[in-house]
Design a protein around this ligand. Structure first.
Ligand SMILES: [Zn+2]
Length: 318
């Protein structure tokens, strides 16, 4: 009995020592939680509405290793996100939808047999403000049958484009904004077009005259290069793990469907096609159906390139 108590105490000491070492080892921007035989790294610790959440996991419990668990996906804010096996664990990126109210939300990690673990994640709300715009009536609320038919077809094309994302994260670098000009309209604003409430602004607008070269934010594959009713000439790039970037209102395409593009490679020229009030570039980042603030993703994407438990010894980058 006495010996058991001592063993228990030593075990407790070892566990707490291990946990504190893990906490100490978490690189900047990550928080780490040890739960159910896993080490779960999150960045940022408290995401807000319209922001990405990078999740990296590793098994630290021998008995879990023996089970040969294959993690496959995660569920967060009622949406499903991909997980990719990496050296020693898994990584993925989730996102908090616009309009999410502050609170605690469950992050479920799913394996091939069901839910493997659940973690409570604190989420902040974020008010992006309101914007009133005036556009042509047929652009705000299309009525003509040929336009309605076209919009319906566009939706199907978009569904196909977003339907198949690579199972591996394709980018080897942090995401960069396609232009460095002044932003003329921020992400996330609630929009009133001709006085009627519409979807919030799903991206950020950059000042651009017609014909300015637009580069890809990161390496990926072109899954759409087409002229749509609202977006005008649009390019969508898949970066894997359901991370997509969108470039809208272009005047010219410089890529085609299926092209593999590198970070910074010119994919088109800015313009004023589709629903616009003037020439500009609309740039969006969509993660498994959720629009996130592209400018914040420029910063947050660096966490997708790190193996948190190897940062510091020179092996922390993919
Ligand atoms: Zn826009």
């Amino acid at each position: 009995m006495k010996l058991n108590g001592l063993v228990f105490l030593i075990l407790l000491l070892l566990i707490s020592l291990f946990q504190s070492v893990s906490l100490w080892a978490a690189p900047e921007g990550f928080t780490v939680t040890v739960t159910d035989g896993y080490e779960l790294f999150l960045a940022p610790a408290k995401p807000s509405a319209g922001q990405a959440l990078v999740v990296v996991l590793r098994i630290i419990d021998e008995s879990q290793l023996q089970k040969e668990v294959e993690l496959q996906s995660m569920t967060f804010c009622q949406r499903k996100f991909q997980l990719e096996p990496i050296d020693g664990g898994w990584r993925g990126v989730a996102a908090v939808p616009l309009g999410t109210v502050a609170g605690t939300y469950e992050l479920s990690i799913n394996s091939q047999v069901g839910i493997e673990l659940v973690l409570a994640v604190a989420v902040d709300s974020h008010d992006y403000g309101e914007q009133r715009l005036t556009v042509k009536k047929e652009m705000a609320t299309p009525m003509r049958p040929e336009n309605l038919k076209r919009i319906k077809q566009n939706r199907r094309d978009l569904e196909i484009a977003y339907g198949a994302s690579a199972a591996q994260f394709l980018s080897g670098s942090e995401f960069v904004a396609p232009l460095t000009t002044e932003s003329t309209s921020p992400f996330g604003t609630r929009r009133l077009l001709n006085g009627k409430p519409k979807s919030p602004h799903g991206g950020v607008d950059f000042k651009a005259a017609i014909g300015v070269s637009v580069g890809a934010s990161a390496r990926g594959r072109v899954v759409l290069a087409e002229e749509l009713y609202y977006s005008g000439k649009i390019v969508i790039i898949d970066h894997g793990l359901s991370v997509f970037t969108l470039y809208m209102h272009l005047s010219e395409f410089e890529c085609s469907l299926g092209d593999e593009v590198d970070a910074g490679q010119i994919i088109g020229k800015s313009g004023r096609s589709g629903r616009v009030t003037g020439p500009h570039l609309h740039w969006g980042v969509k993660i498994a159906g959720v629009f996130v603030d592209p400018l914040r993703f420029v910063d947050d994407s660096k966490h997708l390139l790190m193996i948190p438990w190897e940062v510091g010894d020179g092996k922390g980058k993919f």
